[in-house]
Design a binder for this molecule. Structure first.
Ligand SMILES: [Mg+2]
Length: 118
């Protein structure tokens, strides 16, 4: 799990990367959220048409390409968080706490129902 300083390192490297290419002008939250969605789709493409079992036991030659799409997703998450002034790690930890309240373990254990279905 990334620590706050890991994410700050990524944030800073992305700033340098974008600045060196004069791409900051394109990095609006609108564009970045769309780019994030494209990367999520690229990740999903690797699992499209696989069975559940194939997706769990991913073929060795698929692991590296999947890893790269996961990295793309994280990079865009970090970049869009930076542009919006969001502390991504804090936001994720806060959301996890909120989800724990929404889904009490003793109530939902073993169920995939949505909180509104309880
Ligand atoms: Mg990609």
């Amino acid at each position: 799990m990334p620590t706050s300083s890991d994410l700050l390192l990524l944030r800073d490297k992305l700033r340098v990367f974008a600045e060196a290419r004069d791409w900051d002008q394109f990095h609006s939250p609108k564009n970045l959220s769309m780019a994030l969605m494209v990367e999520v789709a690229e990740l999903m493409e690797h699992f499209q048409w696989l069975t559940e079992a194939q997706s769990v036991n991913l073929a060795e030659e698929k692991k590296r390409p999947v890893e790269e799409e996961l990295a793309d997703v994280l990079l865009y998450l970090v970049r869009i968080s930076d542009k919006l002034g969001v502390d991504l790690l804090k936001a994720a930890l806060d959301k996890l706490e909120k989800n724990a309240v929404k889904y009490p373990a003793d109530l939902v254990r073993g169920s995939a129902k949505k909180y509104s279905e309880y």
